[in-house]
Design a protein around this ligand. Structure first.
Ligand code: 13P
Ligand code: ZN
Ligand code: NA
Length: 283
């Protein structure tokens, strides 16, 4: 069955690795991620954005994730990514999600605290992990777009006050990464990660995992990042494999013939990220 991500992430922070969280949009993507984690004996987090919940339905996602979890020995959590609607949070908890992100990072600090606290009271009482964001991660994720000039980094002292005031189990502080593929190398404020980690004991979450060079990922994890989110790279790998099938043979009309290579490519890409996070053998 699906497990809460809280103990997985606490173990990761305590032992200097990160659990990789993958955004999935189809059954094949979900299967490929769990297969990758199984092959590497790594804990894993499946996640869906609000858009994917609307696209597939929370019940279909939960059912598929539960079946995948029942077929593997590695712990699997199911997380709702970047949700800013209380109604959808309740809907996903009722459907069986084991982890929730309340993203009120676009609101003033006091409102972010209030919204997060409301979700913490609901979710953590029943053993469901809660993640919140401070500062604003740049780039585009689902229906959330943050222009470069609007992206703001999290303040370490505010992070400490935020965790104390909300009791949130995991914190995603904006530290210079962005959603999507970077133009060049991301400008990560490593010093800030260290200052936040020294004030906040809960596992920290690295958003914008696509396109971060391995050496930067490792440095961020060594400083306290215990979960890395990967979305864009998986979408690209999956779509590119499908495009290649059609480029080679435009007459293909059996979905299995283009989804199988896409699934295989995604499994390899996911394994690469799990290795980068140091999560191999941690299940
Ligand atoms: P990327 O799309 O850059 O991988 O970011 C993923 C993410 O942070 C999902 O919340
Ligand atoms: Zn994100
Ligand atoms: Na990114």
């Amino acid at each position: 069955s699906l497990v809460s991500s809280t103990p997985l992430l606490q173990a990761a922070r305590a032992n200097g690795y990160a659990v990789t969280a993958f955004n999935v949009h189809t059954l094949e993507m979900l299967q490929a991620v769990v297969e990758a984690a199984t092959e590497l004996n790594a804990p894993v987090i499946l996640q869906s954005t609000m858009g994917t919940v609307k696209h597939l339905g929370a019940d279909y996602i939960v059912t598929a994730a539960r079946v995948a979890a029942s077929k593997t020995h590695v712990p699997v959590a199911l997380h709702l990514d970047h949700c800013h609607e209380f109604e959808m949070i309740v809907q996903c908890i009722r459907a069986g999600y084991t982890s929730i992100m309340i993203d009120a990072s676009m609101k003033p600090f006091a409102d972010n605290v209030a919204d997060t606290k409301r979700v913490v009271e609901l979710a953590m009482a029943i053993g469901i992990n809660v993640e919140a964001e401070l500062g604003k991660v740049g780039g585009v994720e689902d229906d959330i777009t943050v222009e470069d000039h609007e992206a703001t980094l999290a303040d370490p002292e505010e992070c400490e006050r935020f965790v104390a005031a909300t009791g949130v189990a995991t914190l995603a502080p904006a530290i210079g990464t962005a959603h999507g593929i970077y133009k060049g190398v991301p400008n990560i404020d490593f010093d800030r990660i260290g200052r936040i980690a020294s004030r906040v004991g809960v596992p920290l979450v690295l958003h914008g995992g696509s396109g971060i060079p391995e050496e930067q990922v490792k440095r961020a994890i060594a400083l306290g990042m215990a979960k890395m989110n990967v979305a864009t790279e998986l979408r690209i790998v999956f779509s590119d494999a499908i495009k290649k099938v059609f480029a080679d043979n435009p007459a293909v009309d059996d979905p299995r013939h283009y989804l199988k290579p896409a699934k295989d490519a995604l499994r390899e890409a996911a394994k690469e990220k799990i290795r980068m996070c140091g999560a191999v053998g941690r299940a």
